[in-house]
Ligand binder design. Structure first.
Ligand SMILES: [Zn+2]
Length: 167
């Protein structure tokens, strides 16, 4: 093993294993001393970036397949993930809530206009005051118990969302 003490670009020292090949060795040293941060500073930078990305978002662990199919427009990170093909994705609260409402209402993800429905719910329902609708729901005899149950779950999600964003 060829461990050498170097000073990273952040000014902290550390031991690194360098390649035997002189050219590769030189370019690695150049990279570490001029561009790279020490592991602690690097982790701090990533943690800060994570915190910034998380504003207004839920951090959710997803497989790459699900990410590509449904959330490729969201910011993501791989920090802290040891499993292959998994990543953390930052999904806006609004979208999480709208999807929850649709699920409660029995709308499937493979519905052709699913994306439009998410936007519709986000714009029309997430900011609504649910208390009046809840009262009406309880006393309405024309609505089946099954539907009442679904709607009350949807109201729960809307209220939870409003609570989160009001903080
Ligand atoms: Zn450092």
């Amino acid at each position: 093993m060829n461990f050498t003490n170097i000073t990273y670009s952040c000014g902290h020292d550390g031991y690194v294993e360098l390649p035997e090949n002189p050219k590769k060795r030189e370019s690695q040293i150049k990279f570490l001393t001029e561009k790279a941060s020490c592991p602690d500073c690097y982790a701090a930078t990533l943690a800060k970036r994570d915190a910034e990305n998380k504003i207004g978002c839920s951090k959710v662990k997803l497989s790459d397949d699900v990410f590509k199919a449904e959330y490729s427009d969201c910011k993501f990170t791989k920090v802290g993930i040891t499993e292959p093909n998994m990543r953390y994705v930052f999904i806006p609260y609004e979208r999480v809530a709208a999807m929850g409402v649709l699920k409660a209402l029995g709308v499937k993800k493979d519905t052709p206009d699913y994306k439009e429905q998410i936007e519709f719910v986000a714009q029309k329902y997430l900011s609504k005051d649910t208390s009046a609708a809840r009262k009406k729901l309880l006393t309405d005899e024309h609505i089946s118990d099954n539907t009442k149950e679904r709607l009350s779950v949807a109201f729960d999600i809307i209220e939870k969302y409003q609570e989160i964003i009001s903080k």
